[in-house]
Design a protein around this ligand. Structure first.
Ligand code: PMT
Length: 222
């Protein structure tokens, strides 16, 4: 077992998808399995950190010594994430948060009728959780984001690093359908004064490497 060198360090991590209800039986979501975020939570906990894992709906068991908070929608995730972020030294946004939700959830199941060949759903923007956290004026944690991109990976990730005011961004190329739900991943890390590639490996192995990088950068700003 790893050394307990991160005892006393508080970390909040979001993982998995969010689900945005359309009506009582339907929702909008994405293919995130939660594996990447859960692996990061496990890697921090193995080193003795105090970890809160804010999870969307996933089929994964909670890693040992991790406090798990289950949420469904982006608005619920935002509420819990901001709450725990303010009590944490490090915040990591690994969740695939739905950018939009249905403006008005139908109270009853939406029926199809003979004459409605088309159905229009009106969507509104969800809160940007990680931007809210990184712009906290009090108790702002060291903030690590992810970027799931299908093209221009480095350029889009660097622009998210700036726009969302992050300390570090971890970009993954999701164009081939390889990352969401799979056992392996690779990451391109970008921060203000540097970048680094973490090559393809199991998400659990990748997470231990990522934790090393986060701790290195975090300790530099302490
Ligand atoms: O769960 P797995 O199957 O293991 O897959 C892992 C993963 C692909 C989901 C993960 O590695 C990953 O890339 N997570 C981020 C997915 C995402 O939504 O990326 P994005 O580029 O759309 O968002 C950028 C950042 O903003 C992310 O840190 C995201 O959590 C955050 N965000 C986005 C929208 C929003 N409303 N609030 C946010 O906080």
């Amino acid at each position: 077992s790893a050394t307990q060198d991160l005892q006393g360090l508080t970390v909040a991590i979001t993982a998995g998808p969010t689900r945005e209800a359309i009506d009582p039986v339907r929702y909008i979501s994405n293919h995130s399995s939660g594996k990447m975020g859960f692996a990061i939570a496990e890697a921090f906990a193995k080193r003795g950190a105090t970890v809160t894992l804010i999870s969307g709906p996933v089929n994964l068991s909670t890693p040992n010594n991790v406090e798990r908070v289950d949420v469904i929608s982006a608005q619920e995730m935002a509420q819990q994430a901001v709450r725990f972020a303010q009590q944490s030294a490090i915040f990591i946004g690994c969740a695939a948060v739905a950018d939009y939700r249905v403006e008005k959830i139908a109270e009853q199941k939406i029926k199809k009728t003979a004459d409605n060949a088309h159905l229009t759903l009106k969507l509104v923007k969800n809160p940007d959780i990680i931007a809210t956290v990184s712009n906290l004026t009090e108790n702002r944690p060291f903030t690590v984001g992810f970027a799931a991109e299908t093209e221009n990976v480095a350029a889009y990730a660097k622009s998210k690093l700036q726009r969302k005011n992050l300390d570090l961004i971890c970009a993954n190329d999701v164009s081939e359908g390889q990352v969401f739900g799979s056992e392996q991943n690779s990451l391109q890390l970008f921060w203000q004064n540097g970048e680094k590639i973490l090559p393809l490996t199991d998400k659990s192995q990748l997470a231990t490497h990522l934790v090393n990088e986060i701790i290195d950068l975090y300790e530099k700003v302490q």
